[in-house]
Write a protein that binds this ligand. Structure first.
Ligand code: 13P
Length: 230
């Protein structure tokens, strides 16, 4: 299974260091086949050591240059970062990242050989229209995206389940993942949206779920390691 922690705009360099120390202590007994990713805020990127991969939550599609407020390859290289989240619904919504911009970023980082966790997800009004509308919406988020890329992991995160405490149901995850798996030629597919210690077993037992992308419940090393070890 894949367990990915997306800190979003939480944690500092100092608290991330403490977090990683605690995680390393707790994960001594983890299943060697499980793969862990941590996405701290950019200010907390560092060359951390442990049985996990550190990635960046966002970066600009450039080596360097005049892009005020952004970071590019030069800044990622300093810490050996080769993994990135692209297409998260919060960036699409709050930072106005269009599908075209998301696709441009994807292509750039694909060409750089990055491992890309590519996020898709539908808002509540689409879910309420029914499954066909959901799939149409999700598949449109593959526009301009090379889903055959060898280093892609896809994360399905229904927007209405993010940060709400209310995960999608087993039935909703199961039917959506089954349909998505066909569309993405069986690439690794994560679920995200209120995954936590209390529901992790249920979620990871669903066919077509290869892991989870976790926000809130990943912020505490104890809770995240409980999910990994359960
Ligand atoms: P929550 O786990 O807080 O619902 O967030 C999910 C998410 O957006 C991870 O990228």
């Amino acid at each position: 299974m894949i367990f990915a922690a997306n800190f979003k705009t939480n944690h500092t360099r100092k608290s991330t260091e403490l977090y990683i120390r605690e995680l390393n202590e707790k994960l001594g007994t983890k299943n060697p086949e499980d793969k862990i990713y941590i996405f701290p805020p950019s200010t907390a990127l560092n060359a951390y050591e442990g049985d996990f991969t550190v990635g960046v939550q966002n970066a600009y599609a450039t080596q360097n240059g005049a892009y005020t407020g952004e970071i590019g390859l030069e800044q990622l290289d300093e810490f050996g970062i080769k993994t990135i989240l692209i297409g998260h619904s919060e960036r699409r919504e709050h930072m106005g990242e269009s599908q075209e911009k998301v696709a441009t970023k994807f292509t750039f980082f694909r060409e750089q050989g990055f491992e890309i966790i590519y996020c898709i997800g539908e808002p509540l009004y689409i879910r309420e229209k029914g499954f066909e509308a959901v799939m149409q919406y999700l598949l449109a988020q593959f526009d301009g995206i090379d889903i055959m890329y060898e280093n892609i992991i896809i994360a399905y995160e229904p927007i209405w389940a993010i940060g709400t405490g209310r995960s999608a149901t087993v039935e909703e995850i199961s039917t959506t993942h089954r349909a998505l798996k066909k569309a993405i030629n069986d690439k690794p597919l994560l679920y995200g949206g209120s995954a936590k210690p209390a529901n992790i077993k249920e979620i990871t037992s669903i066919a077509g779920v290869d892991g989870v992308l976790v926000g809130s419940a990943s912020l505490d090393a104890e809770s995240f390691s409980e999910m990994i070890l359960s």
